[in-house]
Design a protein around this ligand. Structure first.
Ligand SMILES: [Zn+2]
Length: 328
């Protein structure tokens, strides 16, 4: 199957001007109320310069018109996002090789120390020895909120017994585990979702954030949200994708995934109806599906009620921090 690794497959022929702010979008941003100014962006990437360059190069393979420079600095990333009213940022790192693990965790700590509005997450690799000790060091010594893994970029099965020491430790500490899920067609990968169910049952004191909300398996996400109170969803990239699908369904060229989105749409909307107090939203800046203004305009495109929007724009993330990430 010739899937993934080509933006035209995932995003079809999105209009060429997609990244140019329309008048409507600018108007939306200007009418954002002052009370909304303290948005929590639950998903950004500040990485060391070499990794940042690699990540930007990667995103430009799929979205050549992406405005981010390979040389973007942490100050610029935060300032561009802050210009949209973001006041708190969850920063995600992930080692591509085991040997990168410790330096990245130290980097994440340093960024969170330098910017007091950045909440840092640690990470590790399948091959990292002593995963429990690494996780414990991240949250107790480095002051990081929890652990985030991106198994598709890191290329391993995350819902695997090999990661049990990590889950056991996070469960013991009551600290969050954020994990990339979904966008399988884009990555050309799958993950063991049966074992995800088992992990949620077995480690029920570990708050879990399904980053990208299993896109587009919203029926499954809905069922898991019903069954597991410790479960959160992060809608980063999902809202833009659904908007793109709704506006240009014929351009979603990965047909099988288009069908799957359609089949799950009712559950997508139902998730916000029932569970917005456990749903967060972020930009993936500086490598998201557009600049922060575009991402927040995509949120505005949905006619969510005030409560749902307040949850997505920060209320959920704030209560998540309060309940699960206080210093130990
Ligand atoms: Zn990301």
């Amino acid at each position: 199957m010739g899937i993934a690794h080509d933006a035209n497959i995932l995003y079809g022929n999105a209009p060429a001007g997609f990244y140019i702010h329309s008048i409507e979008k600018v108007k939306n941003l200007e009418t954002r109320k002052p009370g909304e100014a303290d948005i929590v962006d639950s998903h950004i990437h500040i990485l060391p310069p070499g990794r940042m360059r690699g990540l930007v190069r990667w995103v430009k393979k799929f979205l050549p018109q992406h405005a981010t420079s390979e040389e973007i600095t942490p100050d610029e990333i935060l300032a561009q996002d802050a210009a949209q009213g973001v006041g708190t940022f969850f920063n995600m790192v992930f080692p591509l090789w085991e040997k990168e693990t410790e330096e990245l965790n130290l980097f994440s700590r340093d960024i969170a120390e330098r910017y007091d509005n950045v909440v840092g997450f640690g990470s590790l690799h399948l091959e990292t020895p002593g995963k429990d000790a690494v996780a414990e060091r991240c949250v107790t010594e480095y002051g990081l909120a929890g652990i985030k893994l991106h198994p598709y970029a890191q290329r391993f099965e995350v819902f695997s017994p090999a990661l049990d020491p990590l889950y056991r430790k996070l469960n013991e500490l009551g600290r969050p585990f954020a994990v990339h899920t979904g966008f399988d067609a884009f990555y050309g990968q799958t993950q063991d979702l049966d074992r995800l169910r088992l992990i949620l049952e077995r480690y029920d004191r570990m708050p879990v954030v399904l980053v990208h909300s299993l896109f587009p398996r919203f029926e499954m996400a809905y069922k898991l949200m019903c069954e597991h109170q410790q479960l959160y969803l992060d809608m980063t990239n999902v809202l833009s994708s659904i908007r793109w699908y709704r506006e240009w369904p014929d351009n979603w060229l990965e047909q099988a995934e288009g069908t799957e989105i359609e089949r799950n749409l009712d559950y997508f909307y139902e998730l916000f109806e029932k569970f917005s107090n456990r749903i967060m939203f972020g930009t993936d800046h500086p490598v998201g599906m557009g600049q922060p203004a575009d991402i927040y305009a995509d949120l505005d495109w949905f006619d969510f009620g005030d409560d749902v929007k307040a949850d997505l724009l920060g209320r959920t993330a704030r209560s998540f921090l309060e309940e699960h990430c206080k210093p130990l």
